[in-house]
Design a protein around this ligand. Structure first.
Ligand code: BG6
Length: 489
């Protein structure tokens, strides 16, 4: 196999037997190998502290690969080559002696990528131990979310890592940034002069960002109940999407140019007042209902649940950005578990034409919408106004789509999983798709005020039936402003 332009490295995967590693990271590394994007000399060290023999663990990894990679993409020769790259090493993350053993497995000149698929509480200890055995200086660290559960705890984690790793070797994951369609937001906005001239409060009335999931908690109650939907989804994925839509054009595509612009947006987010908590934010928790026609339990009846929990599984809110470009343009964000379908979508609603010449009763329908489907059915659709066809129709207007569906248009290309892109970028040393420390901190700062407000009010989340679009008050949230959520009711 030809070596690629990607430098060789030793990929040290901490937490190699965890759910994330087995479901996402090994399959992503396999796909990179399959696409010949791993250097011949790249090795993978699977690090974990579970009991069992290396052979058993490697067999487990292979079994999961066969489960999580689509059958058609399992090529036996590539799989053997890939598995031959992996060595299992027993490492207790807190035990320095195990790192001495680890260091002995890594040649003196090898570039190391240390991926922490572990709880953030041990990031500091891993970094310190990597430093003690002399690996830190030639190592990039990759940190999984969640980094902390509020501003103070995220600072503690970031500071612990920063003692040994400078920012330019720290890669904080938000896997949404690795999605092809999310990267496409940059292309759509800045490679087309058509949109950028309209991208402001003069032409846009409001923006909707929906990230809905059909699944419930899926055995993750222990983690999720301490987090809730605001920390799990809004603090990171939805605010990152908001930043990519709202930011000013960066001077270039370098990591810091893009991140500087995103930070400006986060700094401009208006805090939500105590009154705003009741009028512009809705928290929900699902109760029993139906998903794909099958009865499903409520959040409080899920496996290992605590029947008293008031953790939210749904959030809808109106965010306002206090700057010249977006003054008076609300961003409606909505995300929840156990929604009717999996759907991540951004809808940009343009304002009506300034001078209106059509029949007054048609006025309400008139507005262009740019719909960006992030998943599934990735694509872009621009709703434009046209005249109804037919002699009997007069100048009756209707809205129709100009459509770009990525899978139809680019038939040959498989849409890579976000982690494939992100792992490749780390190996290439590109930080564009990773989150800088200050971005995480401003996002936490904004979310912390909401969490504090909820705590103070003591209000329980509003119930919604599994399989619905959330509590009725999330519909009222937007109708109060004379609008409705696009297309889902
Ligand atoms: C993760 C959250 O970050 O994103 C999960 O912790 C959520 O709760 C997941 O299910 C959604 O990711 P995706 O790529 O399936 O939209």
């Amino acid at each position: 196999m030809p070596s690629t332009s990607v430098e060789p490295c030793t990929f040290a995967l901490f937490g190699a037997l965890g759910d994330l590693a087995l479901r996402k990271l090994f399959p992503a590394l396999y796909q990179l190998d399959r696409a010949e994007l791993l250097h011949d000399d790249t090795r993978i060290l699977a690090l974990a502290r579970e009991a069992g023999t290396p052979q058993q663990h490697l067999a487990n990894i292979e079994e999961h690969l066969r489960l999580f990679v689509a059958k058609a993409q399992i090529e036996e020769a590539t799989l053997s080559r890939f598995l031959a790259r992996i060595a299992y090493v027993h490492v207790d993350f807190m035990n320095e002696a195990d790192y001495v053993n680890l260091a002995e497995q890594i040649g003196p000149a090898e570039q190391v990528i240390a991926y922490f698929a572990t709880p953030a509480a041990v990031y500091g200890a891993i970094c310190e131990n990597l430093h003690k055995v002399g690996l830190a200086d030639r190592c990039r660290v990759v940190l999984e979310k969640p980094i902390g559960h509020d501003l103070a705890s995220s600072r503690r984690v970031n500071d612990a890592v920063a003692q040994y790793f400078p920012e330019n070797r720290t890669y904080r994951i938000d896997h949404y940034l690795g999605k092809e369609t999310v990267q496409n937001l940059i292309a759509l906005r800045f490679a087309n002069s058509l949109f950028e001239t309209q991208w402001n409060q003069n032409y846009i009335s409001h923006v909707e960002i929906t990230v809905a999931e059909e699944v419930g908690i899926e055995g993750r109650w222990g983690y999720f109940d301490k987090a809730g939907q605001l920390r799990d989804m809004i603090q990171n994925h939805l605010l990152q999407l908001l930043c990519l839509i709202a930011m000013d054009p960066p001077a270039d595509l370098s990591a810091d140019s893009i991140r500087d612009e995103k930070v400006k947006v986060l700094k401009a987010l208006a805090p939500i007042s105590a009154e705003g908590l009741t009028t512009q934010v809705v928290r929900g928790q699902y109760i029993a209902g139906y998903s794909q026609g099958k009865a499903v339990p409520g959040y409080l009846e899920e496996e290992n649940s605590n029947t008293q929990s008031d953790t939210e599984t749904f959030v809808a809110l109106r965010a306002d950005i206090r700057n010249w470009r977006w003054a008076g343009v609300p961003f409606y964000l909505r995300t929840g578990k156990r929604m009717p379908q999996k759907l991540s979508q951004i809808v940009i609603h343009f304002k009506e034409p300034q001078h209106y010449i059509f029949a007054p009763e048609q006025r309400l329908q008139i507005s262009n919408k740019l719909i960006i489907r992030l998943q599934p059915d990735e694509g872009i659709s621009l709703r434009v106004m046209t005249k109804e066809q037919g002699l009997d129709k007069g100048m009756q207007l209707r809205s129709g789509p100009l459509q770009l569906n990525f899978s139809d248009t680019y038939r040959s290309a498989r849409i890579p999983d976000a982690y494939e892109r992100l792992l490749l970028e780390v190996m290439q040393g590109n930080q564009n798709l990773f989150v800088r420390k200050d971005e995480i901190e401003y996002a936490w700062k904004w979310c912390d005020q909401l969490i504090a407000g909820w705590k103070k009010s003591g209000d329980a989340p509003k119930p919604y039936a599994a399989g619905s679009w959330g509590p009725m008050s999330s519909i009222a949230l937007i109708t109060r402003d004379g609008r409705s959520w696009y297309g889902d009711i």
